[in-house]
Ligand binder design. Structure first.
Ligand SMILES: [Zn+2]
Length: 843
């Protein structure tokens, strides 16, 4: 594949933009100086109306190719060249390129202009060689229909304003996709790091000043942490964090000006759940990890996207664990990243972490959060545990020194880290990086000998092509080698090994390697008999591996059901997370309003009743972090169980806070609302919650409403919710997926939501089709469907779309996901429901 950078290598851009919000027109001029290696060159553009192209001040003919997103021209000679390109462009509501965000302050409609250039949208703002390798310096100059009280910010500090044009300091050498700026009325707060980097948080004035405190503190301490951990100074004078009301992704690591969804940055420090605070802290730490990993050193091409994302996704936990050790943030890694990666990576056809891509739509499609983020970070956690923090830091320092202001590929990272640790890391890691999927390691006693074997693990139909991995085993017996590279190994006489160790045999202790274990019956019973002595992560792992093995048809779900009771009174939030994930997976086996569903509700009641009594509905002052994080799981279970006391208690909490629902304790608010909507539904309640939804600036309250409201059993009200899907004044496109999923997951609403997406697919594609979240509407659909009829409808609707750029893999995988669920239910529902009813009878 030839890239534009091969024939033209820019070193300096002078970008001038005049943005008129009134007419929604951008008028621009871009001067690009660089080295032409060929006389035939091209630069990227998308939606630009180019009027003139000058080569070294002489007008030249050019051709625009909208399909290839380029303009091409011929130069008189190769060598140093300056292009001057004049153009206009539309300011569109696509959440890509330069775009407006809409919000209200005291009922007044306002706009904040911001940017989103990753992956290939810088070309919508100015012509450029829009490839990560094409690093250059940028002089940014911005003019806009400015009003008093408005601010404009960018990657670098402003150095001059003249004739209404804001000039920004020249950037360091950087990739085009990391350029950013924003303007409008903004609230802000500042501080400075120990090393003198200016830290700022910006939001619209719809937010209270105090909502900026938490992110400011986390951002400051994150930068300080990374400067120390990477042993490399933060390379820019400032680090701005900006919350944008309309934002397609979660956040974006633009160098020096990171942009976020409002819900992932600003929060009410006095009433936000710990869970949300942890989430916001990890998002900030993730983006700031990128300021080095991704921004200072950038992947050469998008196939190495994992270099950016997998790494930042590990570092967010490393950093937050250092900033807030009491949170035990690695537990969140186990319940979210590990579990997401193990689920998705088990479907045949999944992408590998390192994946070949060329076209823009393909590039957007590789941002598979469970793979490039979750599995990739798990891979690096394996590396970290193999080489240790000292070698990790030493290797990183060398990596930054060798590639700063430049680009790197995966092998550069393995070289740097491997050299620091003195091992051949690439040999081990390439088996994880280049191959999709992961192994199940079977541990069994054969003829008295403890034997291990590896084989790819699938949920659903999978074609075994004999893949092998180099597996860090982390066994608790001395006879276990550090790495298992062969298909099968024999460890020795089991009885002797067991006696020596004095404990049941276990692999993957700490759950840091990306594989699951299937113990034979005797070994498993040995572990289960001693499960009380296991630490919480090991208990989570036990439940999680059993659930996956059941999903993969290697054991029956009915054999897992009887085990649930022994974990029900755990005080650990991770054990409860795993427990209710298993229990939640039993819901697919029951039909609405059936005896089986009734039994399952009773099972949930038996699991949760004691815990609800112990923890209560209202958070207590000074309670443990585990209690704070466990309460949501058990309250949710109690509501599914239709526990009468819980329904009454939640209702009375609602009644006494009716006038100011946002003031309900944030940890339990969503359950209070869910209870009200499920058991006391009315049109009045719907109107009230929709009204609060559009008025509040509290992101977590908004998200509570979007989760709770679609739970109403009332079909008329559900139809009213679906009616708002395309009304961006109520539901912003960035938030639509949650509303769609909510109604689709509701037995009384599924038909409505499913009809909507099929009828209005074109609207959806026009509205969010340009960004990387689009395909996840298909993912959430496949996460819910479970009947042969829905499977048929799904295929009928999506199969004709299979060649849509960026959707092919998703449609193939999601079809498989529904197929395997349908057949699992068909084969096992009888046995599972029998086990549930026995559980209820016996407990
Ligand atoms: Zn990232």
């Amino acid at each position: 594949m030839t890239r534009l950078y091969d024939s033209f290598q820019p070193n300096l851009y002078k970008v001038y933009l005049d943005i008129d919000r009134g007419s929604k027109i951008i008028t621009g001029q871009t001067k690009i100086s660089g080295l032409a290696k060929s006389t035939q060159i091209a630069v990227n553009q998308k939606f630009l109306k180019v009027s003139d192209v000058l080569v070294d001040d002489k007008r030249v003919p050019f051709t625009s190719d909208d399909e290839e997103e380029i303009i091409s021209l011929e130069l008189p000679q190769t060598g140093e060249t300056t292009l001057t390109i004049d153009y206009t462009a539309p300011l569109t509501d696509s959440m890509m390129g330069i775009y407006p965000s809409y919000y209200q302050v005291d009922g007044q409609k306002k706009q904040l202009i911001g940017t989103q250039f990753e992956t290939t949208a810088a070309r919508q703002a100015f012509p450029c060689v829009d490839e990560p390798e094409a690093k250059a310096n940028f002089d940014l100059a911005i003019k806009f229909d400015e009003k008093p009280g408005e601010t404009v910010i960018a990657n670098m500090p402003e150095v001059e304003v003249s004739d209404g044009v804001h000039y920004f300091d020249r950037t360091v050498k950087m990739s085009t996709y990391l350029i950013a700026f924003a303007f409008g009325e903004m609230e802000s707060k500042f501080t400075t790091t120990k090393s003198g980097v200016k830290i700022g948080v910006f939001s619209t004035k719809a937010h209270d000043q105090k909502e900026l405190d938490f992110p400011l503190d986390i951002a400051k301490r994150s930068i300080e942490f990374y400067e120390d951990f990477y042993q490399t100074p933060y390379p820019l004078p400032h680090s701005w964090q900006l919350a944008l009301p309309d934002f397609s992704a979660g956040a974006m690591e633009n160098w020096g000006l990171v942009t976020y969804r409002e819900a992932y940055l600003v929060l009410d420090p006095d009433n936000t759940s710990l869970e949300k605070k942890e989430l916001v802290a990890t998002v900030i730490a993730h983006e700031l990890a990128h300021q080095w990993f991704g921004d200072l050193v950038t992947m050469k091409w998008w196939d190495d996207l994992w270099l950016n994302e997998s790494f930042a996704n590990m570092m967010e936990y490393v950093a937050v664990d250092a900033l807030e050790p009491d949170w035990h943030i690695w537990e969140l890694f186990q319940t979210s990243e590990a579990s997401a990666a193990l689920q998705r990576d088990a479907t045949d056809g999944v992408q590998s972490v390192h994946v070949q891509v060329e076209k823009p739509a393909e590039i957007d499609a590789i941002f598979d959060s469970a793979i490039v983020y979750a599995k990739g970070s798990r891979m690096l956690v394996m590396v970290r545990s193999l080489i240790g923090d000292d070698a990790l830091r030493k290797g990183l320092k060398a990596y930054f020194e060798a590639h700063h202001y430049g680009n790197a590929s995966g092998s550069d990272l393995w070289d740097a880290l491997g050299q620091a640790a003195g091992i051949d890391l690439a040999k081990i890691m390439n088996t994880w990086l280049e191959q999709p999927g992961y192994p199940v390691v079977k541990a069994s006693v054969v003829d008295g000998k403890l034997t291990l074997s590896q084989q790819q693990f699938f949920i659903g139909e999978g074609k075994d092509v004999g893949r092998l991995w180099q597996i860090p085993l982390n066994g608790n017996y001395d006879a276990v080698p550090q790495i298992m590279a062969d298909r099968e190994i024999v460890l020795g006489n089991y009885n002797e090994l067991c006696q020596q160790a004095g404990a049941p045999f276990r692999l993957n202790v700490g759950n840091e390697s990306h594989f699951i274990v299937k113990y034979d019956e005797a070994l498993l019973n040995d572990i289960l008999d001693n499960s009380d002595t296991l630490d919480p992560i090991s208990q989570l792992q036990l439940l999680q591996d059993l659930r996956l093995l059941a999903e993969g048809r290697q054991i029956s779900y009915s054999s897992v059901v009887p085990l649930l009771g022994r974990f029900a009174n755990s005080k650990s939030n991770v054990v409860n997370a795993a427990l209710y994930q298993v229990a939640g997976n039993l819901k697919k086996f029951v039909a609405p309003d059936s005896t089986e569903e009734n039994d399952l509700r009773k099972l949930f009641d038996k699991l949760s009743a004691e815990q609800v009594k112990r923890l209560g509905w209202t958070p207590k002052y000074n309670e443990s972090i585990d209690d704070q994080l466990t309460r949501p799981y058990v309250l949710n279970a109690a509501l599914y169980a239709k526990n009468k006391d819980s329904i009454t208690e939640a209702h009375s909490l609602f009644e006494s806070n009716k006038e100011n629902l946002v003031a309900l304790p944030a940890d339990i608010r969503v359950y209070v609302l869910a209870n009200e909507v499920q058991n006391y539904s009315s049109l009045e309640l719907l109107k009230k919650l929709f009204n609060d939804y559009t008025q509040t600036s509290d992101g977590s309250y908004k998200s509570d409403i979007s989760l709770a409201l679609p739970m109403t059993p009332d079909k008329d009200l559900l139809a009213k919710i679906v009616d708002q899907y395309e009304n961006s004044e109520v539901i912003k496109p960035q938030d639509l997926r949650a509303w769609y999923r909510g109604v689709l997951a509701n037995d009384n609403g599924q038909q409505l939501a499913w009809d909507w997406i099929r009828n209005d697919w074109q609207w959806l594609e026009d509205t969010v089709g340009g960004d990387m979240e689009f395909s996840t509407f298909i993912t959430v659909t496949s996460g819910i469907f479970k009947t042969p009829q829905r499977l048929d409808e799904f295929k009928k609707f999506f199969e004709p779309k299979i060649n849509t750029p960026g959707l092919t893999r998703e449609i193939q995988m999601d079809t498989k996901v529904i197929e395997s669920r349908v057949s699992l239910i068909e084969d096992e529902k009888e046995a599972v429901n029998k086990a549930v009813s026995l559980f209820v009878f016996n407990n």
